[in-house]
Design a protein around this ligand. Structure first.
Ligand SMILES: C[S@@+](CC[C@H](N)C(=O)[O-])C[C@H]1O[C@@H](n2cnc3c(N)ncnc32)[C@H](O)[C@@H]1O
Length: 247
């Protein structure tokens, strides 16, 4: 379970936001390794359809610290968690078994978080890359992880680097996304459009900010001249003339 304000959650949220902006509401994706469905539900919020692939069998992955969990409970948690999402399609199968259900060039995105061995990730990339449509992208979890998890995720980074090179995007939760050069160019255009929109909004907001600043200065000047009734009376009685008048 990802704590609410952790980098683990924020990174996956950023990846979901990227997918939403890039693919709109038509995203069809596959998640390999869904475990209890937490990431599946986050993806489901931005996808038209998500196929969740997991054998839900314990001791499947020698590199995964969760591999000894009671998988019947994990599967129950997945079913409960995803019950409200009719567009999540469950595949109780390994990645290699499920891949045959998908036509080549049919998917927008595949997220690899199944086996965490070098051989496992290398095989997953080789199996699923042909399933991605032109303009789609492939990604996964646990790329270049530091600290205590570094040892068991080394194989993931090596397999990604060898098969694809450095990923195009890396998120704070160690999720990675790789796009072909043409797709990356499309992504650059999207980013440039957003930057242009942001600059336009800033330009619109600037006169308003200047006006507010000026108004605040005027207001402060007026406020300094406001006297309480008592101050006013005492000044009037002393000077018998308008205290605000310059001598
Ligand atoms: C680290 S967990 C996934 C966590 C999940 N994506 C999340 O972020 O909440 C890894 C999952 O991959 C599954 N798995 C292991 N080997 C697999 C394989 N060959 N194909 C598909 N899933 C696999 C495991 O059963 C486990 O549930």
């Amino acid at each position: 379970m990802r704590p609410a304000r952790s980098w683990a959650r924020r990174g996956l949220e950023q990846l979901c936001e990227f997918l939403r902006q890039f693919y709109g509401e038509n995203l069809h994706m596959v998640e390999i390794g869904s475990y209890a469905g937490e990431s599946t539900v986050m993806f489901a919020n931005v996808a038209r359809r998500i196929d969740a692939v997991d054998p839900w069998q314990c001791d499947f992955d020698p590199n995964d610290p969760c591999a000894h969990a009671a998988y019947s409970d994990v599967e129950l948690a997945f079913t409960a968690c995803t019950a409200m999402y009719p567009h999540i399609v469950k595949h109780k199968a390994t990645s290699a078994e499920a891949v045959h259900h998908f036509a080549n060039g049919s998917l927008d995105f595949v997220y690899i978080d199944g086996l965490h061995t070098y051989e496992g990730v290398r095989e997953d990339i080789a199996l699923w890359l042909p399933k991605i449509r032109p303009g789609g992208c492939i990604g996964g979890h646990d790329y270049r992880v530091y600290g205590i998890c570094a040892a068991w995720t080394k194989g993931v980074s090596r397999a990604v680097d060898e098969a694809l090179g450095t990923p195009t995007l890396i998120f704070p939760d160690a999720s990675w996304v790789w796009m072909s050069q043409a797709t990356a160019q499309e992504h650059d255009v999207l980013i440039r459009n957003w930057q242009r929109r942001l600059r336009f909004l800033c330009a619109l907001a600037l006169p308003g900010l200047l006006w507010q600043y000026n108004y605040a200065r005027q207001f402060n000047r007026v406020r300094r001249l406001v006297l309480s009734d008592e101050q006013w009376r005492s000044l009037r009685s002393k000077n018998k003339k308008n205290p605000l008048q310059k001598p």
